[in-house]
Design a protein around this ligand. Structure first.
Ligand SMILES: Nc1ncnc2c1ncn2[C@@H]1O[C@H](COP(=O)(O)OP(=O)(O)O)[C@@H](O)[C@H]1O
Ligand SMILES: [Mg+2]
Length: 223
């Protein structure tokens, strides 16, 4: 079996994008490892690695059908462990064309035709609009490209890419939330008790991490 960074055993490769490569977890076929292939500066902060985990957990609690569950986030290697989502025919058609683009090749016409049909089909899927509206309502940035979606076995359109809770200020001296805190809090209040309590405690930890990271900035500990 192939071993990835830090001797992590990798199963079959499921996909890749500009930032990540995604493999089946051979020890649990319902899960995937997502390795970041180029490391943006933010990923260097241990607090950011935790923050992205809590933010994703909150969004999964709020939108369990649109956002896969997340189990783990680490900095070395820089990766996430997430719920594996079925890659549907449309997704596979788009992937096939993108492999050519990745390799700076021109895909054959039939591959392009299938990719176009699949992309159109995804962005006219009611689930795509639901996801876009849900994110807009909380001022959350997402990558709405068709390649970031696939339908699961129950027919729900699922978002496959990730979320970043933080924006580093222009001068690199403090961190702001990338989402609207008041709107997110209000949304959490609408959840059933157990989910509400979990999401609130994740949000609390997310806020603590941001404060800690900003303190580190102030004391010059983050470069
Ligand atoms: N949870 C998942 N289950 C199955 N395949 C996935 C999952 N997440 C991502 N993939 C596959 O890996 C590709 C790249 O993942 P993504 O998170 O979108 O990376 P990038 O940030 O590089 O775009 C996706 O387009 C999809 O093909
Ligand atoms: Mg992507």
């Amino acid at each position: 079996m192939k071993e990835g960074p830090y001797n992590i055993k990798q199963g079959e490769k499921l996909g890749r994008g500009m930032d990540k490569e995604v493999y089946i977890d051979p020890e649990n076929l319902e899960r995937v490892f997502k390795f970041f292939t180029n490391e943006p500066a933010k990923e260097k902060f241990r607090s950011h690695v935790k923050a992205r985990f809590y933010f994703h957990k909150i969004l999964h609690l709020i939108f369990p059908k649109m956002v896969p569950d997340i189990y783990f986030s680490s900095s070395e290697p820089n990766m996430l462990k997430m719920q594996r989502i079925n890659l549907d025919e449309r997704h596979v058609a788009i992937q096939r064309a993108s492999e050519y683009y990745f390799n700076n090749q021109k895909p054959p016409e039939d591959v392009v035709a299938k990719e176009k049909r699949a992309s159109r089909d995804i962005i006219t899927d009611p689930g795509w609009k639901d996801f876009r509206d849900a994110m807009e309502a909380l001022d959350i940035e997402s990558d709405l490209n068709a390649i970031n979606f696939s339908s699961d076995e129950q027919g729900n359109l699922v978002y496959l890419d990730d979320f970043d809770p933080w924006i580093i200020s222009e001068y690199g001296d403090h961190i702001e939330n990338s989402f609207n805190m008041d709107k997110l809090k209000a949304k959490i209040e609408t959840l059933d008790r157990e989910k509400r309590e979990n999401a609130s405690s994740f949000l609390y930890r997310l806020e603590e991490l941001r404060k800690e990271a900003n303190d580190e900035f102030k004391h010059g500990e983050v470069k």
